[in-house]
Ligand binder design. Structure first.
Ligand SMILES: C[S@@+](CC[C@H](N)C(=O)[O-])C[C@H]1O[C@@H](n2cnc3c(N)ncnc32)[C@H](O)[C@@H]1O
Length: 188
């Protein structure tokens, strides 16, 4: 990622209170029946921490990673407000080494770097869950995003074809086009 992008996110997070009103993603909250709250969770590109803090509130030991110092500061402030603890790491995901079989839950919302899919699959423990949601091709009708920044149709199904897909949707709603998946890493 370029320094310019990092600065863009820092400025965005510094400028406003909380861009997402601190509310966890709908896909995460509405499917919380699948979340045991036990073990370790990783939130990739956690931003201001809405989902990391939500996972911590359910009982997970959470690590949130983001390139933006301002985002991570807000994640920490938000966790403190809720009297919860979230570990955080400011890093460029380009340089992040995924360790094998560590996490029970991996979250990734509104962020797409296709090079990370193998790492996500590796770092989940067998039986662990991934919740992934980001923009898809439908979103190009509403933004000037480049095609490579959005998911192809059915792409998450393809990326997680070695996992057991528990829930999946593609939505074109309120000028947002996106896909969401919950999938479980197969037990050996
Ligand atoms: C649209 S925000 C999503 C934040 C959060 N997942 C959410 O849904 O609220 C995208 C996030 O990706 C982070 N990001 C972008 N490129 C990154 C990179 N190369 N490494 C780590 N974080 C990155 C940005 O700082 C930003 O917080």
């Amino acid at each position: 990622m370029s320094l310019k992008d990092k600065e863009k996110w820092n400025q965005k997070y510094q400028a406003s209170e909380y861009t997402s009103n601190k509310v966890p993603s709908e896909w995460l909250a509405e499917n919380s029946d699948l979340l045991t709250g036990k073990g370790m969770a990783l939130d990739i590109a956690c931003g201001e921490g809405r989902n990391a803090v939500y996972a911590a509130s359910l009982g997970y030991e959470v690590l949130g990673i983001d390139i933006s110092e301002a985002g991570i500061q807000k994640t920490q402030a938000r966790a403190k407000e809720e009297k919860l603890s979230v570990d955080t790491l400011i890093t460029d995901l380009d340089d992040f080494e995924f360790t094998e079989n560590v996490f029970d839950l991996v979250l990734c919302f509104n962020f797409l770097d296709r090079r990370l899919f193998p790492g996500i699959q590796k770092t989940l423990k067998p039986g662990g869950l991934v919740f992934y949601e980001t923009f898809n091709l439908d979103h190009l009708k509403y933004t000037s995003f480049k095609r490579e920044w959005v998911l192809e149709y059915n792409e998450l199904l393809e990326q997680f074809k070695n996992f057991r897909v528990l829930r999946y949707r593609e939505m074109d709603r309120d000028e947002n086009g996106f896909a969401s998946i919950i999938a479980r890493k197969m037990e050996d």
